[in-house]
Write a protein that binds this ligand. Structure first.
Ligand code: SAH
Ligand code: SF4
Ligand code: F3S
Length: 440
């Protein structure tokens, strides 16, 4: 155990960077550490252990963490007894560089080693405790995460990724694809329902590639939908190539599965998609969009776009603009291409200048804002059931929650508008990011 100045349990401060899967992993880590006798610290200054759960997806994500490590060096100098650890995707991606930069790190642990954290934290020595082995069997299915309070809970359905898109580090830092057994997922969902959770978000980097024995992702959706008390089901991120008829049918047939699909396209250029090794053509993607829209009336679509991938000419970028306009997404997450070591595209290079990337990104964002505003304004006058989450951060006595299409709604508070309730609202006005509603 750890030397600590408190009488009670040693205190941990855990910071999370990156995607939803890392947030879910931090809940898992919190569960593991609590069972080993740790408690959460109210501030980093009070902690006996400071852990950063990191992201390696783009250079910027890594820079943020490196900057934070710079601050923590001071903490370590002031209190040499505090243990500082780096977890997650960066631990896996760049451990040698990390340890060279921050030799005072006590712990470096990759995403498949969280079971061992109490043991690794118990290690005392001059060198850091390092475990970055990937383990293609590790699903943590038997371990209970410490879920955050709220009406929505995130449940890991699968880990890792086998797609190896040319630009992406995930398969290297998270390892091979593996699915959590359905019985483990259902046990967790039943417990969450008993605690009052109404909405489950199933997680995985290619969540619809889920397969455990005979159970595919469509069957998993139906199993989760059969749990009493759970009212809404969502999932992220599905991959277009795994969007089978079985999955579309389950979405269409099961009313608890909400009409929103995040379908990352990355580029609208046939040539660039091929270079990205995404595993679908523009034609196949558009055909999938048509099938989804035909099967699920009113479905909202969102996407991820990368601008400035190596070799992206102005004409390729125009093709992306045309695709965005043609599909008419409800929302899009947009990124400048960031070269990542170890990936297949690393040796290709980075042909698009920073200035061109910035200009293309700004154009995509402006276009998407105008599309989202028009799509949201077209909803004025319509009614939606909204699952109430709580008071709006903007205040003013407003409450907030999501429509089935995952649009953020704001509406007045009253006695029946309590978190976990579903209320009927009518859209009165809209911006590109939210719907201002009245109660019906
Ligand atoms: N598994 C998901 C995406 C996970 S990463 C999928 O395949 O859709 C989230 C997003 O980050 C990706 O969709 C992509 O748009 C972006 N991204 C990944 N690697 C990137 C890189 N090297 N540079 C810029 N953006 C990147
Ligand atoms: Fe990365 Fe592609 Fe896997 Fe998504 S599907 S995590 S983009 S390799
Ligand atoms: Fe980042 Fe790892 Fe997620 S690289 S995006 S935290 S899987």
């Amino acid at each position: 155990m750890i030397d600590n100045p408190h009488n009670g349990a040693p205190l941990v401060w855990l910071e999370t960077y990156g995607c939803q899967m890392n947030i879910a992993d931090s809940q898992l880590i919190t569960g593991v550490l609590r069972r080993a006798g740790y408690d959460l610290a109210p501030r980093p200054e009070d902690a006996d252990v400071v852990l950063l759960n990191t992201c390696a997806i783009r250079e910027h994500a890594e820079e943020r963490v490196l900057g934070r490590l710079g601050n923590l060096a001071q903490l370590k100098q002031a209190r040499p007894g505090v243990k500082i650890g780096l977890l997650g995707c960066m631990a896996q991606h760049n451990r040698a560089a990390l340890i060279a930069k921050a030799p005072w790190l006590d712990l470096v642990a990759g995403p498949d080693t969280y079971r061992r954290l109490p043991e690794l934290l118990g290690h005392d020595g001059f060198d850091p405790a390092v475990d970055v082995r990937l383990n293609r069997a590790e699903t943590y299915g038997d371990l209970a995460p410490a879920h955050a309070d709220g009406v929505r809970a995130y449940v890991t359905a699968m880990r890792g990724c086998d797609k190896f898109c040319a630009f992406c580090v995930v398969p290297y830092v998270r390892g091979r694809e593996r699915s959590v057994p359905p019985a483990d997922i259902l046990r967790e969902v039943v417990e969450l329902a008993a605690q009052g959770v109404k909405e489950i978000v199933l997680l995985g980097q290619t969540v619809n590639a889920y397969r455990c024995g005979a159970t595919g992702f469509g069957a998993l959706l139906r199993m989760v939908a059969a749990v009493n008390g759970i009212e809404r089901i969502r999932f992220t991120s599905p991959h277009p190539a795994d969007m089978t008829a079985e999955v579309i049918e389950a979405m269409a047939a099961e009313p608890k599965v909400q009409p929103h699909l995040h379908l990352p396209v990355q580029s609208g250029s046939e040539r660039i998609l091929a270079a990205m090794e995404r595993g679908y053509t523009v034609g196949e993607y558009l055909e999938l969009v048509a099938r989804v829209r035909a099967a699920i009336p009113g479905v909202a679509l969102s996407t991820d776009i990368i601008v400035g991938f190596h070799g992206e000419a102005e004409s390729d970028f125009r093709a992306t603009i045309d695709l965005i306009r043609g599909v008419g997404y409800d929302a899009a997450f947009t990124f400048k291409y960031s070269v990542r070591e170890n990936t297949r595209a690393f040796r290709l290079g980075d042909s698009v200048s920073e200035a061109d990337k910035t200009r293309r990104l700004e154009e995509v964002i402006a276009l998407q804002e105008s599309i989202a505003r028009a799509r949201n304004r077209a909803l004025v006058g319509y009614e939606y059931p909204v699952l109430v989450e709580g008071p709006a951060r903007r205040g003013g006595g407003q409450m907030t929650g999501k429509t089935p299409q995952f649009k953020t709604a704001f509406f007045p508070a009253n006695d029946t508008v309590v978190p976990g309730a579903t209320v009927a609202v009518r859209v009165a006005s809209a911006t590109s990011h939210s719907l201002l509603c009245t109660l019906i």
